[in-house]
Design a protein around this ligand. Structure first.
Ligand SMILES: [Zn+2]
Ligand SMILES: [Zn+2]
Length: 255
């Protein structure tokens, strides 16, 4: 009985210590807006101006590629690009529109000196892809960075993938795909050229981790869609059952 009381007291005490530690960390690091770093009242959030400025992908959007529609459409509608030709991945979902408002925010994250938003961004990605996690066996990050002018110290897609994986409790196969060839900048290319450009850029390095699996591919930004399509194609060729895509941001019409 005495021991029980002591144990309870010890538990309470360590709880207080933890709370005290947490409070002191919060005191040392005042909450800053995830995007502009202005002071805010809560950790892991945005200031009012950034909430207003950033464009979140909301319904209605293409049920396949996730491209937002400007007008109300019936549930399950496909965009023009997907009607013309379905991508090889099953469905893609994104958090933000990649535009003038979100670009500086995402580029800052890419520099590697601002990692504190990763878990908050992963939470947004989990929410954006909420209907995909039930059919996800393994998460695979895109091993590619398209902003080749910027040097970086880590793969942002892999960091996001690991944070998402921890939240949805799915394994993350960081080394399943590798980039074997540098790809030319895609800015000036048409759709066909973009697909050709990334065609042989990736290989499946760990086939046993993808064979027979339903995969969610994680990327930071979807631009042409050619990169994730190329990754999805080789994953399917390696025996993956299905590939879905979740990205932090996307251009308005990515495919
Ligand atoms: Zn802000
Ligand atoms: Zn579409």
């Amino acid at each position: 009985m005495k021991i029980g009381v002591l144990k309870t007291a010890g538990g309470l005490a360590s709880g207080f210590v933890r709370q005290g530690f947490r409070a002191s960390v919060d005191f040392l690091l005042p909450p800053l807006c995830l995007a502009c770093e202005q002071p805010v009242t809560q950790h892991q959030t945005l200031c009012a101006d950034c909430w207003k400025g950033l464009h979140f992908v909301g319904e209605p959007f293409c049920t396949c590629c996730g491209a937002p529609f400007g007008l109300p459409v019936e549930a399950g509608a496909l965009c023009g690009a997907c009607l013309h030709q379905r991508p090889v991945f099953n469905q893609a979902r994104s958090v933000l529109i990649y535009d003038d408002a979100s670009r500086p925010f995402i580029l800052k994250l890419k520099h590697g000196d601002r990692l504190h938003p990763v878990s908050a961004l992963a939470k947004w990605m989990v929410r954006a892809g909420h209907d995909l996690w039930g059919s996800c066996d393994v998460i695979v990050p895109v091993p590619l960075h398209r902003w080749r002018l910027l040097k970086r110290r880590y793969n942002q897609a892999a960091l996001l993938a690991q944070a998402v994986g921890a939240q949805v409790q799915r394994p993350v196969a960081v080394d399943a795909l590798v980039r074997v060839r540098a790809t030319a900048s895609q800015g000036h290319m048409n759709r066909a050229e973009r697909y050709k450009n990334v065609e042989a850029a990736f290989v499946v390095a760990a086939p046993s981790k993808v064979k027979g699996k339903r995969i969610v591919l994680i990327d930071d930004v979807l631009t042409s869609g050619a990169t994730v399509e190329s990754c999805a194609r080789i994953l399917l060729e390696a025996g993956a059952l299905m590939v879905n895509v979740v990205s932090l941001a996307r251009t308005k019409s990515a495919t």
